[in-house]
Design a protein. Sequence first.
Length: 104
Amino acid sequence: VQPGTLLVNTARGGVLDLDAAYEALQQGRLGGVGLDVYPVEPPDTSHPIFRHPNFVGSPHVSSHTTETLNEMGLVVAQGVMDALQGRKPQFMVNPQVWREPVQR
């Protein structure tokens, strides 16, 4: 890594070792770190990286664009329509509670 490199992670929190990123910031091997995802969410803000002047964090909102918010709304609406029409919704937090409707 070239000194001054900026590291930005908006993918998955687990792909970055926060301790190593903090150490690289402290040693000047990284010029800055920007995170939108964290190894544990909500993040442990007692980690020293959160107090580093060259750290910027956001609350896991990189995917909140107009397009993705519209798509999420459509997916939710489709799930509600499916459930109301007796079809199992594609995306369920707790699919184990789904019961097939009784045919009358």
